[in-house]
Structures are given as C-alpha cells and as structure tokens.
Ligand binder design. Structure first.
Ligand SMILES: [Cu+2]
Length: 326
C-alpha cells in the first residue's frame, strides 16, 4: 500500500515535472528504451534514458537514479545506474517476467546542477508476438540442463576474464516449473542474472530476458523454483543451445559470464516436435497417439549426481504470487 501511495505521489510529481519541462532549458528526457507508453512483448535487459544535456558523473553518477516497478509493485531495477554523457541506464533483475504495466521513475542531475525528475510507464504483453502452440500442451517429463558460463562466453568478449558460473536447471514440463542453482567462481557483486535467447547465427545475446534468474539461487545450497510459461519451458528443453545464462556484476554490468545450455539428462520426456507455422496445429490424431509420437527419452542417471532431484523446495513466494494471479 505504501508503495502504491509512493507511486501515486511520484506520478503526480512527474505530471508537474512534465508540464514544467518545456519552460526550462535544462536537461530534459528526450528518449527512452523501452519508449514511454509503449507495449512490448518481452522485458528488456535494461532501461535506458536519454537526456538533452549531459548528466553529472561525479561520485560514479550516484546522484542519478532510475527505479523500475513491476505490475506487482516490486522494484526490479538495480540500485546502481550507469551514466555516460546524456545517457543513463539501469539493469533489470526481475524475479519473474510478468505481463502488465511497468512504472519507471527517474531523478537525475544535469551538469548545470539541476535535478530532473519524472515517471513514465510501458507495458509487457507476451501475447503480442507469441502464443502457446497447442502441441506444447502435451509436453511432459523432466529435463536437467546444465550451463558453464565463462567471461570469454560474453559475445562482446568483455566479460570477467577468469570468472565462471556453473548452473543446473531442472525443468518440469508437466507443471511448467523450473528449479535451479548457480555456483560462481572468480566473480562478485552479482547485480542481475538472466537466461537470454541467443541468435544461433551470430551468437549474440539479444536484449530480451527469456527467464529471469532469482539471485537467491546464486552460491546458495538450496535451489530456487519458479513457474515458467509453458511455451518457454518447452522451447528451453527442446533447444537448450539457443539459450544462455548471463550473470551481470557491478564490475561488468553488460555481463560478467555467459554460456549456453545443454541437456545432461531427462526422464519421461514427451516433447512434441516444434510446430511450424504452416502446419495445422490439430492433426486430428487422438491425444494418446500424439504423445506416443513425441520424442521419448529416459536417462535420469546423471541427474542423481546433481542432488537436485531430492532437494526440491516449495516454490519461492514470488512464484506463488504469480500462481495466485493466474
Ligand atoms: Cu542479462
């Protein structure tokens, strides 16, 4: 409630700022990514604001703040902002990506000493460009994916030189949940972690967050569990090499380590073939036959070594919140 009130106050303050802005020659917000008022299908890596004049960078630009609030009123922006000339940005670290309205509020200081404040919103609507193929509803079983992320794994090559992170992700396709843990070495101050989709052609990390990674899962004995969109869970298991784990740190905000996933084991996996857009979704086959025709792989040996299977905690409260919302 307090947060909501704060939001109302910030919004009111922003309206004043916006209407007063044209009269002033001081720095003004001239652009943002995501754009104010836009609807996009996936949460970006970061929110970036561009102003008409340079911003102070003294003290590491500590006078500049961007706060991003998700539809459930949780703050998902990093405490730290990066300032470069007229551009200020903050990395997002949501505990999950949800549809709805995101509020951005900012307070920056221009080099002439003036404080500029404002807010705007953007919307996430995953249905804008993706929907669950009917065939994916028949997916079931478990798959355990592993990922070895390294500094040289960052596509720009500017990751932490000796940093490493090893992640184990178990996907349950029947319930569309994921349980995971990440162990790091040679990196510190992790500010955000995400699973990104990668382009198989250039292996660049797109700026879309595919699955946010809860920071509680990093260097913690107990894995973290969360709900996934079913289509996302199926895609991850079907084609793990197209997804990368990226850890961002204070020293390496663009990404300290990155690596793509691979499957180490699976059990009772029923994975319908990827539906092509030209194939009719319904083939007229009975469901049991569709399932029988799916790829069935039973291994489950290596998974025992990970110890994941035996120590699955109840989902984090964030995941429970999402469940409530459904
Ligand atoms: Cu990321």
């Amino acid at each position: 409630m307090k947060r909501f009130l704060a939001l109302v106050v910030m919004t009111a303050a922003a309206l004043v700022t916006w209407s007063a802005a044209p009269a002033s020659a001081h720095a003004q917000l001239i652009g943002s990514d995501p754009a104010a008022g836009s609807t996009i299908h996936a949460l970006p890596e970061a929110v970036t604001l561009t102003f008409s004049d340079a911003l102070v960078t003294a003290g590491g630009g500590e006078g500049n703040h961007i706060t991003v609030i998700d539809p459930m009123h949780g703050i998902i922006s990093a405490a730290h902002t990066d300032v470069s000339g007229t551009v200020v940005s903050t990395v997002l670290s949501p505990s999950m990506v949800m549809d709805g309205t995101y509020h951005v509020s900012f307070r920056v200081v221009s080099t002439d000493g003036h404080v500029v404040e404002g807010t705007f919103t953007f919307r996430i609507d995953a249905s804008v460009s993706s929907s669950v193929p009917e065939a994916d509803l028949a997916a079931s079983g478990h798959a355990t994916l592993s990922v070895a992320a390294t500094g040289p794994g960052i596509p720009s090559g500017k990751g932490a030189p000796s940093g490493r992170a090893l992640g184990t992700f178990e996907v349950d396709l029947s319930t569309a949940t994921i349980c995971y843990g990440v162990v790091t070495e040679g990196i510190s101050d992790v500010t955000a972690a995400h699973v990104h989709s990668t382009s198989t052609d250039a292996m660049t990390i797109s700026d879309e967050i595919y699955v946010p990674v809860n920071l509680d899962s990093i260097d913690n004995a107990a894995p973290v569990c969360a709900d996934l969109r079913r289509a996302d869970a199926v895609a991850l298991v079907r084609d793990p090499g197209r997804y990368a784990l990226v850890l961002h740190t204070r020293a390496f905000p663009e990404g300290a380590v990155s690596g793509t996933f691979s499957t180490i084991s699976s059990s009772h996996l029923v994975l319908p073939a990827a539906a092509s857009s030209t194939t009719p979704v319904s083939t007229g086959l009975p469901l049991w036959l569709k399932i029988a025709l799916g790829v069935v792989v039973v291994v489950g040996v290596v998974a025992a070594a990970t110890g994941f299977r035996s120590s699955r905690p109840r989902p984090s409260h964030a995941a429970a919140d999402l469940a409530d919302e459904r």
